[in-house]
Design a binder for this molecule. Structure first.
Ligand code: SAH
Length: 345
């Protein structure tokens, strides 16, 4: 296997270049080309000698994405990208413009094996993990395409990041490295459906990122009906892991809660949810569920969402309603990729 050069961290790259018989400063130049100038091939690296480029071509692979499709929202300028990976697989990423900066939502796997009932990303199953370089490439390609700096990254696209743990941790270090794009760890959020052992591992990594837990239900029974992972880790167990995450990192955990009409948006749900998380320093992000055509889940009405929010707030819980971005384009996770796969069949 050739070395995936863009997945090497700064020290590893310098060591690699030295092992190839080159001076250390060439490693610094290479790192800057890849992670600051976002070069899409060795060809663009104007101060790297031809002989070294030839050696690199021979021994290392250089990932880069092709834009397969890009939908731009006429409402808010949100851009949804479909990228082709080197092996022909497709991944989706989204760019959202906020007052506080540009936020990119990336995918962490090709497909997903978690099977959440309301999610389009999992319908065709899991194909493979993304490498750290392929996760970086999504951000680099978007920054390159728009010419605008990306300031926030959320790992909330297709895939379960905690099921691709080592690559995610490496990706976070590369993304926040001072020699590279240098995105503050405080501006990076990783969302998980709740793989308890990996949440506990993450708590030990000494990272300042935000952990988001996809909670989506107010009790174990309801969570099990929506999310198969609840069969492996009970709702109380995963919440305890979040408590540990906060205790170790001091970072407030976010809970994602997709509101489904008549399923998890009632008064009793708000009461049960308060009992579950009322003691925690946390934040709840309410998302009216984005219906997918393969399932018959219906989104809560705007009034029901507001009522749910007020009930939680009355109980002293921090709540926001996720602003729906790019409503006029294929918004829900995995929908653009799925549409593409269907077209191919
Ligand atoms: N596997 C990770 C990250 C990817 S999903 C996780 O489960 O957190 C990102 C978020 O979008 C999760 O909270 C997920 O539950 C939510 N999501 C997936 N499909 C959705 C839909 N149709 N409507 C609303 N939210 C959805």
């Amino acid at each position: 296997m050739p070395i995936d050069i863009k997945s090497l961290n700064y020290e590893e790259l310098l060591a690699q270049v030295e092992a190839m018989g080159e001076k250390k400063f060439r490693g610094k130049q290479l790192y800057e080309w890849m992670h600051v100038h976002l070069a899409r091939s060795y060809d663009e690296m104007s101060n790297i000698p031809k002989a070294l480029k030839a050696k690199l071509e021979e021994q290392c692979s250089y990932t880069s994405l092709e834009v397969e499709d890009c939908q731009i929202s006429a409402i808010d300028g949100t851009r949804k990208y479909l990228f082709a990976l080197a092996d022909g697989n497709m991944v989706e990423s989204v760019l959202m413009h906020y007052k506080h900066g540009n936020s990119v939502c990336i995918s962490s796997q090709v497909g997903c094996k978690m099977g959440c009932r309301f999610c389009a990303s999992t319908l065709d199953g899991w194909l493979r993990n993304l490498t750290p370089s392929e996760m970086l490439d999504q951000i680099y390609a978007i920054q390159h395409d728009t010419g605008e700096r990306v300031s926030n990254v959320v790992v909330m696209g297709t895939g379960e990041p905690m099921d691709n743990y080592d690559n995610i941790v490496k990706f976070i270090h590369l993304l926040s490295d001072e020699h590279g794009l240098n995105i503050s760890q405080r501006n990076i959020t990783v969302s998980t459906c709740g793989l308890v052992p990996r949440i506990l591992d993450l708590a030990e990594e000494d990272l300042a990122i935000t952990l988001a837990l996809s909670l989506h239900a107010s009790n174990q029974e309801k969570r099990k009906a929506l999310m198969p992972i609840a069969n492996t880790y009970d709702i109380h167990e995963v919440l305890d892991a979040c408590r540990t995450y906060f205790a170790k990192t001091g970072r407030r955990v976010s809970f994602e809660y997709a509101l489904v009409a008549g399923v998890n948006d009632g008064e009793e749900d708000a009461r049960e949810l308060t009992e579950l998380i009322g003691d925690m320093n946390c934040h709840v992000n309410l998302i009216p569920v984005n219906p997918i055509k393969e399932r018959d889940y219906v989104s809560s009405t705007h009034e029901a969402v507001l009522r749910f929010k007020m009930r939680l707030e009355k109980n002293g819980i921090n709540v926001t309603i996720r602003r729906e971005m790019g409503r006029d384009i294929d918004g829900a996770c995995g929908q653009l990729r799925r549409k593409h796969l269907e077209r191919k069949d």
